[in-house]
Each structure stands twice: as C-alpha cells, then as structure tokens.
Design a protein. Structure first.
Length: 247
C-alpha cells in the first residue's frame, strides 16, 4: 500500500512525524509537506511562481507552497502511479464545522479526493498536543478499514480526535459538520515600528453543536468521522433563482 502524507503545519511538525512512524508499519509512506506552517491556507494553489521540491535529512520532502500544492505536485509530477491513499495531519487543533472551509489540513485531503484518491484529514482537538499517539492510532485503524473496502468512488473523511489517552476514547461516530458563531473581530495593534497591524480574530464558539455534530462527538470523547463533498450548490435555492429570471 502506498500512502501520501501531507499536513498544513509544516514538514517539521510533530503530528506528521507521529503519523509517518505509525503508518510506515503498514504502508510505503511518502511525506510531501509545506516548508513552513500554512495553517488556514485552504484550497489555494500557487500560480504566480514556480515551486521547488526538496528533501530533508529525515527523508521527508517539502515544498515552498501550500498543502494543496504539495498533494498536487506529488500526485501529478512526482509519482509514477497514484498513491492508494492520501492522509493529511495530524493537525494540532480541531477542524470542525466552519473550520473545514479554511483548513489547510482538510484542503490537502480534498486535493487527493479531487484527484480520485481516498483521503483522510486527521486533527487532534486541542492546542496542547498531548496525545498525538491517540490520533495516530485512530488514523491507522481507519487506513486499515478503508483498505478492506471496495470503494465505488473516492471518499473524503474529516476526522477529529479528542486529545485524551487512547483508552479514554469512546466509540467512533459518523457526524455532520456543526456550525460556529461568527469569528471575533480582527485585533488592531502597533508593530515595533509603530505601524498599525491587524491579527485575524479567533474563531467563534460552537453554535450548532447538538447531537449528531462533530462538536458534540468530540465534547463526549468520541472520534468524529465526517464524510465531506465538494459540491457547493445550494440546491434549496435553485427554484428561488429560477424565479428571479421569469419576473
């Protein structure tokens, strides 16, 4: 089995090291990740300059671009054959609800999915990062599960793992995306040169976090598995817009 491993925290991040070590027991793993932290890069591709691919001392490859760049470059310009799976992570911090729109972790997996490859995005739901081993073990289980399936079409799974010891994790549950309140306003401050600068505000708290959502699952120490799709069509508004055309 051949797995392409990526993330958005950079090739040096502890999460990707944990994941590469665990998955190497069951697959041939190739790591292609950004050269620096690209959290929040979403599905952006670099089109205004060429990209470079370099290899670090630990054998990981890194690219001076986005997570999407990394997967696209690896699949279409580096490999002779499609990998069997793309795994993105382990992200430090949750990717739930509206986070998935901005997440570079989810974006890397999404690019694999768009290229016809079953893909997982794996996140550890805290900023403490105390139990990467729990998330890595869950990822290993999911890879083994997907390997046994006969897939009629690629899947894109968004996986959120509570940051607790593996033994404290409860069941794996299939969820839908919840929703956050709107983000906090930007934070205005002065640079050391007395120039006005702005920091993007923190994400909003959970708004739709009822039973069945990813927020609810993680709060209850369950592993959240959310199948994602890319079709952004607002089907419920199709008839509304058609109506505008005949008025």
């Amino acid at each position: 089995m051949r797995i392409l491993l990526c993330n958005d925290d950079g090739y040096f991040a502890p999460g990707i090291e944990h994941l590469a070590r665990v998955l190497a027991d069951v697959a041939q793993v190739t790591v292609v990740a950004p050269e620096r932290d690209r959290s929040g890069a979403s599905n952006s591709l670099t089109l205004d300059r060429p990209l470079s691919l370099k290899r670090a001392a630990n054998g990981f490859y890194y690219v001076n671009g986005t997570p999407t760049d990394c997967v696209h470059l690896a699949v279409t310009g580096m490999f002779d054959e499609l990998p069997d799976m793309v795994v993105s992570g382990i992200n430090i911090g949750a990717n739930m609800g509206d986070d998935t729109i901005y997440s570079g972790t989810v974006a890397a997996a999404t690019e694999g999915f768009l290229l016809g490859i079953p893909s997982l995005a794996v996140s550890l739901c805290s900023k403490a990062g105390e139990h990467y081993d729990s998330a890595a073990r869950v990822a290993l289980e999911l890879v083994a599960m997907l390997q046994k399936q006969t897939l009629r079409e690629p899947v894109l799974l968004n996986v959120n793992v509570p940051d607790v010891p593996y033994e404290q994790l409860r069941e794996r549950v299939v969820t839908r995306l919840g929703k956050r309140h709107k983000a906090e306003p930007v934070v205005r401050t002065l640079s050391p040169r007395h120039e006005t600068v702005y920091w993007i505000g923190a994400a909003g708290e959970a708004q739709d976090a009822g039973e069945g959502t990813d927020f609810h699952a993680v709060l209850n120490n369950q592993v959240s598995l959310t199948p994602l799709q890319i079709d952004l069509t607002h089907n419920a508004q199709l008839s509304l817009v058609r109506g505008w055309l005949v008025e």
